[in-house]
Ligand binder design. Sequence first.
Ligand SMILES: [Zn+2]
Length: 338
Amino acid sequence: MPVKLKDIYQKSADLTCLIQWLIGLNVLIDLNGETCKSCETGKFGLRKDSSYSRDEHVWRCSNKKCHKKVSVRVGSWFENHKLTLEKILLITYFWVYQVSELFVRHELEIACQTIVDWYNFAREVCTCVLEKESEKIGGEGKVVEIEESKFGKRKFHKGRKVEGVWVFGGIERGSKKCFFTTVTDRSRETLLGIIKQNILPGTTIISDCWKAYDILDQEGFDHLKVNHSLHFVDPTTGAHTNTIESTWRALKKSLPVSGTVKSLYDTYFSQYCIRKKYLKDSSDPFLKFLELIKSVYNPQILIPQLTSDKPTSPKKQRHVLLPILSPNINDSMDDFDI
Ligand SMILES: [Zn+2]
């Protein structure tokens, strides 16, 4: 059964239960039974600690002369934020299910800006995941539709100035693979650079008749064009760009009606791609997104920094995954002892 809202509320009613659940999901660091690096004799255990007002728990070294403490949040999605674990989890859940910020504010009684910030953090995770994958689309026998589209509203006052931003994108037919990026111009250099960065050689690329694409044939791609001023489907080749046309509509719909800062457009595109690729058809989109969060904010990579390699007893096996981002470990180490 996928995680429901009531499950998060139920688990949150008992903080120990909630923290154990998050440790089990590897979203929080697991120091249980690890040897403390400070004294090299004590073992870490999860203990209740009232000095940690929000979490009420801390990893504490068993050596009474040491008693080193490590926040349960260290290195995680929750680190360095004032909200309770419950509220952060709920915001994350609401983001996954595309709940409006208005409703989240009503439900959680937190400041509007805080919700905006967390929704931005979630989109940043999407960007990081895509950057890490840096997977090219297309390839031999594959068809990719490309197109540019103008985003943003036209403003007819003040001298008919057109506000907005050009976006360039590509989508592979028959898969969920796509890319979108804002562009400062639509020159051949700019678009060709993005095409080479995102599309494999040998791909059949279908585009409109924008002159910047004329060079594609010479760059290792099969190139088909559709002249949109004459027809939507080329009568000779059957080429069309219906897939990307409908994607533009969905993408534009996924943007907020107002208040979108142009610089955030790219994160909205990442959000669209991640939802399409990982969340839409997942049996549990919330747990799937926690997995993606974990690939960006992986607290387990800090275990070697906090624990001793000198075994005092048979050590348990560690599974340490490399992070996508390399957090500045020295900075976050300063926050361990509060
Ligand atoms: Zn210790």
